[in-house]
Design a protein around this ligand. Sequence first.
Ligand code: FMN
Length: 355
Amino acid sequence: MLDLFTLAKPFLHALPAETAHNIAICTLRKGLLPPVKTSLYPELSQNILGLNFKNPVGLAAGFDKNAMVVNSLLRQGFGFVEAGTVTPLAQSGNPKPRIFRLSSDEAIINRLGFNNNGLAEFVKHFAQRDPRLGIAGANIGKNKDTKNASEDYVLGLKAVYPLADYITVNISSPNTKGLRDLQKKEALDELLAELAKARSDAILKHRKRVPIFLKIAPDIDKGECENIAESVMLHGIDGLIVSNTTISRPVLLSRNNFGEEGGLSGAPLFTLSTKVLGEIYKLTSGKIPIIGVGGISSPQDAYDKICAGASLVQVYSALIYQGFGLVRRINAELPTFLARDGFKNISEAVGTKAN
Ligand SMILES: Cc1cc2nc3c(=O)[nH]c(=O)nc-3n(C[C@H](O)[C@H](O)[C@H](O)COP(=O)(O)O)c2cc1C
């Protein structure tokens, strides 16, 4: 069946990537995309950290930076949607153009630099989400010029706490100078200690415990993985998201845009991000839920992430090439993989091939 995306793709891809993205947001905002009739697969539902995920496929951060279309996105079949990254103050990001398609690789390079409308507007939009539609997370970051990063993250946590099902602390975007330095042991311990304290206060104030995920880069070595795993467990961070975009450049087929500066995402990121995911799964002994993201472009990729240690997965770049139909395809095929391998629920497959 010819879907709407197949018809729209040639027009969208003839436009600059960011213009096409803005059209997609506008279309969702106006409710012009018909909701997808999703089948429920009991074997795909999980309770993770007290949250009921009807399926394991989420939308990664960066698509809905200002939380404007969370409900419409959940109606496209996602089990969860992560809005943001939001910074305390609005900022315009890097000069355009700053998103590039590498079509032959089903990849994207972006150097957006946390363009967003700031926390006040984010919270206003996020408050409109309908909890019956699925899980919604809020991804927080720091402003470009902020010297004391912890202050920005604490501001973010406090603002989204009453509304979000989970909070992601993003210290791994490559397009904010120095951000990834927060992954280093001393800086990370300091940040996570501040966040743990802010969360304890918020638990008392709001009488609920909102899980915190830490989102990390794929460009880290084994020692850095060890440090991150240790800090996360020490400070009671609930989960990890592995991974953000890469600053490395695996062999690429595209002859256009491959030399652009920024973070690479999509199919060429799969191997690297899945390797780090497996590493982190082993280092945390499978005790900390991991959201696997990076280069998923088929149901098989999603299943591979799960077997490598992901309890949930997220997609972004592949949607630019395949549309939201990919979400339905992944959910429709996962039960077949589970049945073939003798698993009754997806949680049984998690980490079975971590190496
Ligand atoms: C255009 C674009 C913007 C992004 N913006 C953010 C962001 O604001 N915050 C964040 O944590 N990740 C952001 N990401 C990274 C994605 O959430 C995801 O981690 C990464 O793209 C790997 O997944 P993928 O290969 O499925 O795209 C962005 C990715 C893209 C392509």
